[in-house]
Ligand binder design. Structure first.
Ligand code: GA4
Length: 329
């Protein structure tokens, strides 16, 4: 029997004798190739997930931010807490969201919504840490552009006009997008025990689209249509894209918001950076009329991003949040 000490460790789920199945067929989109549009649509329908290569974002952007993040996470706790304690924005260790979810992860969550950016994080990333601030803004502008490019390719392939029908949601000045830096430390107490802690429990992302980049450490898993979990081989030079709940609704269920989770690696810590592209709070999340066949009805009740986000923050990580908005059920 595995005996773990410490009150917080006991609250974090553990997977024993976990033998990861590596997914050999993660859809991979080469953005330099013209046939990518068609493959992106297929990947969004089948997996709600894909990997992007040849994306033209300079690797320095990723490397510089990773170095800044690693330096930040190696600071003493009291220093890290100066960013402000996450509620939801700021720094937190193990606590995820407001409803009791726990994971073996420490993170910084940053609002990109100009109206809500907290003064504390501005002080921290702006004045006190100019380099961190500038690495963050270079990186975020680049991944936001990538997210928009992907959304525009999707719109073209689906023959949605104008081609910015999805991307304009992220480009809106009041877009409520979020950025997250996660640090999954190794857990010394588990070394040699053939166990993995849940770093970030299973969930779908509520937003439109998420763009993830991690260092070269395993841990990310996605859930396939049959409910099985597969591990995603890490690739620090590529980006991984997730369809979020809002994009599932905008396509009336044609695209799949993918369930994913992160297990900790007992030998090597993992650092990931994720951009969550979201609409403005006032935006209605309804299927695009151009995607609806004649007589087709929306599968979902009408809601704004603000309403969906409020529901998300009342839910537990693993809840089926879209289920609350299904017309039938
Ligand atoms: C999951 C996706 C993003 O990381 C996030 C998370 C948010 C949080 O960590 O504050 C939530 C989670 C996420 C969904 C349900 C609620 C809210 C934690 C949680 C239990 C920033 C987001 O937007 O939703």
């Amino acid at each position: 029997m595995v005996v773990l000490s410490g009150p917080t460790l006991e609250q974090i789920s553990l997977i024993r004798n976990h033998k990861p199945t590596f997914c050999s067929h993660i859809p991979t989109i080469d953005l330099s190739k013209p046939d990518s549009k068609n493959l992106i649509v297929k990947a969004c329908e089948e997996f709600g997930f894909f990997k992007v290569i040849n994306h033209s974002i300079p690797s320095e952007f990723m490397d510089r931010l990773e170095t800044q993040a690693t330096n930040f996470f190696s600071l003493p706790t009291a220093e890290k807490e100066k960013v402000g304690l996450a509620s939801p924005f700021g720094y937190a260790n193990k606590r995820i969201g407001p409803n009791g979810d726990m994971g073996w992860v420490e993170y910084i969550l940053i609002s990109l919504n100009e109206k809500f950016i907290s003064q504390k994080s501005l002080d921290f990333f702006g004045e006190k840490s100019e380099t961190f601030g500038s690495c963050l803004s270079d990186y975020i502008s680049a991944v936001k552009k990538l997210a928009c490019e992907v959304l525009e390719l999707l719109a073209e392939e689906l023959e949605i006009k104008p081609r910015n029908s999805f991307s304009k949601l992220l480009m809106d000045e009041e877009s409520d997008s979020v950025f997250r830096l996660n640090h999954y430390q190794t857990c010394p107490e588990l070394q040699g025990l053939n166990c993995n802690l849940i770093g970030f429990g299973e969930h779908t992302d509520p937003q439109v689209i998420s763009v993830l980049r991690s260092n070269d450490t395993t841990g990310l898993q996605i859930s396939l249509r049959d409910g099985s979990w597969v591990s995603v081989p890490p690739d620090q030079s590529s980006f991984f894209i997730f369809v979020g709940d809002s994009l599932q609704v905008l396509t009336n269920g044609r695209f799949r918001s993918v369930k994913h989770r992160v297990l900790t690696n007992s030998h090597k810590s993992r650092v990931s950076m994720i951009y969550f592209g979201a609409p403005a709070l006032r935006e209605e999340i309804v299927p695009l009329p151009m995607l609806m066949a004649e007589g087709e009805e929306s599968l979902y009740k009408e809601f704004t991003w603000c309403e969906y986000k409020n529901t998300a923050y009342k839910s537990r990580l693993a809840d089926d949040r879209l289920g609350f908005f299904l017309k039938q059920g």
